[in-house]
Design a protein around this ligand. Structure first.
Ligand code: NAG
Ligand code: NAG
Ligand code: NAG
Ligand code: ZN
Ligand code: ZN
Length: 475
């Protein structure tokens, strides 16, 4: 998640030739470098709850004495205790932390997650869990359960970021300039931990859990390629988690409906006819056309969109001309757009193109718009299915106790989990890793990013229970 920064960097690279020409800045040459800061946020809700202490607050002394089906087809406190007990076994905790540390020390960028994938597969082999490999180059589709329907999927992303780790600790990244600064190392460890719990409870599963390890969440749409390679075959619902520095360790947060924005980038080339600025009637001026387009683009959200349906169109780059006495041949502008519904997102895309092309025509220029679809920089919004969201909420509340579940506001960040959520009912949720004592308070993509590793067994238990209970409740 928070995947945008790296893409803005890619886009900036594409713009370099234009920046390079900007020796002069005057009427015919307007330059504004694109802002690379894309900050994700939501208002931290301060909390006095200690989820680790209240991990077992889901225990219900009233009901734990009631007769419970040991098959857990009706979930009760005993079932929660069993799963948490497995997850919190000291050996298991050491193992899962060890996995995460190994991955943290050897971060691999998008579509290069060879060692990470190998480590996951060796763990799956040791647990006797079958899988298909490779999907999308380094991805894995493993399964636990009956082998028959229903099929429910849980997913983790494996890629790291091109960031130099600034946290000094024993298991700091050993690869210069690369770091697990978004917590995908923890995602992998929690999912392997979940696979272990599920394998242990395989006799209780009333269907099949598909365990998906995907490459390239940060850059390149690994999810899209995983789907293309069959990751979602037969799957009727999918769930995934992201660590969050906004919430104390172990707290689960989610919301129904739109959770993360759709995000796209655009670049438009306005072409006119070069000419001496002193005789403008002999030229066709792309500076004026592009300027008009920038103004008109601001009318899309302000005049055409429902004010209650959050959307953004930002022009972040404007480049053209390098001679104060010449009207240039071309001007290139670029920017980004965000929206929380699929319809609004694709409507923005269409209107951005129309406005640019039509405004170019007004001034006798012509324009082409590129949305970098080939480079996979388009992420649709991540929209939680209401039923799947309710499932996550119920599982988290029963397993960890009601104080450890929060409804969170939507965020402007983007996630390629959205591609799965476009295909099958899905829910995405956060798990807190914030611990002031440890200093795990930095946002994803910060070189100071770190997690409270005590989250790992909790995350594994939540993943596993979401899957097991989903299967139980389909019958
Ligand atoms: C415990 O069970 C009782 C009786 O079923 C119920 O009223 C109460 O809400 C439960 N508490 C929790 C924390 O689940
Ligand atoms: C989102 O919109 C695009 C373009 O209209 C469409 O192709 C796609 O199927 C839509 N996805 C969903 C989940 O509605
Ligand atoms: C933070 O981490 C420390 C050290 O592991 C631990 O003692 C403390 O309980 C943690 N605090 C929370 C709120 O989880
Ligand atoms: Zn990220
Ligand atoms: Zn992420």
């Amino acid at each position: 998640m928070y995947s945008l920064k790296s893409y803005v960097l890619v886009v900036s690279l594409i713009f370099i030739p234009f920046f390079a020409n900007n020796f002069l800045v005057f009427v015919n040459s307007i330059t504004s470098s694109s802002g690379n800061q894309y900050t994700t946020f939501f208002n931290a809700i301060s909390s006095s709850t200690n989820p680790k202490a209240s991990l077992n607050s889901g225990k219900n002394q009233t009901t734990s004495s009631l007769i419970s089906s040991s098959f857990c087809d009706v979930w009760d406190v005993t079932c929660s205790e069993e799963v948490l007990g497995l997850a919190q076994e000291p050996d298991n905790v050491e193992w899962i932390k060890g996995l995460r540390r190994k991955i943290h020390e050897n971060p691999e960028l998008a579509f290069e997650e060879y060692e990470t994938s190998k480590l996951v597969r060796s763990e799956l082999d040791r647990m006797d869990i079958e899988y298909r490999y490779p999907l999308a180059k380094t991805g894995i589709r493993a399964w636990v359960g009956t082998g028959g329907p229903p099929f429910v999927a849980i997913r983790a992303d494996m890629d790291a970021l091109p960031i130099q780790e600034a946290v000094e600790w024993e298991h700091k990244s050993k690869v210069a300039g690369k770091m697990h600064a978004c917590g995908h190392d923890a995602h992998v460890a929690m999912l392997v931990g979940a696979a272990k719990i599920l394998k242990n409870r395989e006799h209780l599963l009333k269907g099949t859990v598909i365990v998906i390890f995907q490459p390239a969440e940060e850059a390149g749409n690994g999810a899209k390629r995983m789907i293309g390679d069959g990751a979602l075959e037969n799957v009727e619902a999918i769930f995934a988690v992201h660590v969050s520095h906004e919430h104390p360790t172990g707290i689960i947060g989610s919301r129904p409906g739109p959770l993360l924005a759709g995000c796209g980038f655009f670049r438009a080339v306005f072409s006119g006819r070069k000419g001496l600025a002193g005789s403008p009637h002999h030229s066709v001026d792309p500076i004026l056309a592009a300027s008009a387009a920038v103004i008109s683009l601001q009318g899309i959200v302000s005049r055409e969109s429902n004010p209650l349906d959050s959307q953004v169109v930002s022009v972040t780059s404007f480049n053209g001309g390098n001679n104060l006495d010449m009207i240039p041949e071309t001007v290139v502008i670029g920017g980004t757009f965000r929206a929380f519904s699929n319809a609004s997102f694709y409507n923005l895309l269409q209107r951005i193109e129309e406005v640019i092309v039509e405004q170019a025509n007004v001034f006798r220029c012509w324009a082409t718009v590129d949305f970098f679809e080939k480079e996979s920089t388009i992420y649709p919004p991540t929209v939680n299915d209401n039923r799947m969201y309710e499932h996550v909420k119920k599982v988290a509340t029963d397993l960890l106790g009601p104080p450890n579940f929060r409804v969170v506001p939507p965020m402007m960040g983007a996630e390629d989990f959205s591609f799965y959520s476009q295909v099958v009912p899905a829910a995405f949720y956060y798990i807190g890793v914030r611990n002031e004592t440890l200093g795990s308070t930095h946002t994803g993509h910060s070189p100071y990013f770190m997690i409270d590793e005590d989250v790992l067994p909790i995350g594994a238990a939540v993943h596993a229970t979401i899957a097991e209970r989903y299967l139980n409740e389909q019958g």
